[in-house]
Design a protein around this ligand. Structure first.
Ligand SMILES: *[C@@H]1O[C@H](CO)[C@@H](O)[C@H](O)[C@H]1NC(C)=O
Ligand SMILES: *[C@@H]1O[C@H](CO)[C@@H](O)[C@H](O)[C@H]1NC(C)=O
Ligand SMILES: *[C@@H]1O[C@H](CO)[C@@H](O)[C@H](O)[C@H]1NC(C)=O
Length: 235
């Protein structure tokens, strides 16, 4: 004998039907909540046109890269008193230095069969007005297999933003390159987290040229300044 929902409803008392309806409402509520969280992080995508507009507005082109990637590198800093999904980096978002001290999660449209390289730099060293030490390396990870970021090889360990007092807002630019080959050999000094040695006078462009990485395929950036007021809870 097969049981159908109709049989179930007939067999039940009115109270059971109310229970079923209530639990369905709960389920729908939970799904809506999930979709809402999703839309904040994942669906906040920019079009190639708005990516280009932001890169021009903040002079990321031509100060760091020459071309306009069509995709965004999704960057999220998790922080203790953030709303549920952390601080999302979105092409010029102003972020207090303290919130950038732990390495963020990064993601971009990736082919699982290819390797990628990620570069994070601050071109505004010591300031955007007088960038005599442009660029400062904050993070350099290569041979990243597809989206498996953790399996990449770290050449320069992550350093958060520490813009000095009186030097204005700094730009922090994430550029992602698709490597022409997997498991490439990079002849770069290994830079430890707490070391400033060999971080300055880097060039994202020169690095890409040297290893024939082509144009960046994804990009993003945030702004940080010594004097930014601390973020208010829930902001
Ligand atoms: C930052 O610089 C301003 C002036 O440029 C100064 O008034 C202020 O005291 C400085 N802050 C700190 C923490 O040194
Ligand atoms: C990468 O290449 C090195 C030698 O150049 C080799 O020892 C290593 O096993 C390779 N790694 C992968 C994941 O293929
Ligand atoms: C790293 O920096 C030191 C000086 O601090 C310099 O002598 C050395 O050549 C640098 N290495 C590279 C690969 O740039």
């Amino acid at each position: 004998m097969t049981s159908s929902p109709v049989v179930l409803f007939h067999a039940g008392r009115p109270l059971d039907i109310i229970r079923v309806v209530c639990s369905m409402m709960h389920l729908i509520g939970a799904i809506m909540l999930l979709l809402n969280t999703f839309s904040k992080t994942i669906l906040a995508e920019r079009t190639p046109r708005s990516i280009k507009a932001q890169l021009d507005l903040f002079d990321v082109v031509p100060d760091v890269i020459n071309t306009y990637p069509e995709s965004e590198c999704e960057v999220i800093y998790s922080c203790m008193n953030c709303p549920e999904d952390g601080r999302v980096v979105d092409f010029g978002t102003e972020i207090h230095p303290i919130e950038t001290q732990v390495e963020p999660s990064v993601e971009w449209p990736a082919d699982p069969n290819l390797n990628y390289a990620l570069v994070l730099v601050d071109p505004d060293v010591p300031s955007k007005a007088v960038p005599t030490m442009r660029e400062w390396q904050h993070w350099l990870v290569v041979n990243i297999p597809g989206i498996d970021f953790m399996s990449g090889k770290v050449l320069t360990e992550y350093q958060g933003a520490t813009p000095p007092n009186g030097t204005g807002p700094h730009r922090y630019v994430f550029s992602v390159y698709q490597q022409p080959r997997k498991n490439m050999t990079f002849v770069e000094p290994k830079i430890e987290k707490r070391s400033d040695k060999n971080r300055s006078m880097f060039s994202t462009r020169r690095f890409a040229d040297e290893y024939k990485l082509g144009d960046p395929i994804a990009v993003n950036f945030f702004m940080s300044e010594y004097n930014y007021p601390p973020r208010k809870p829930g902001e």
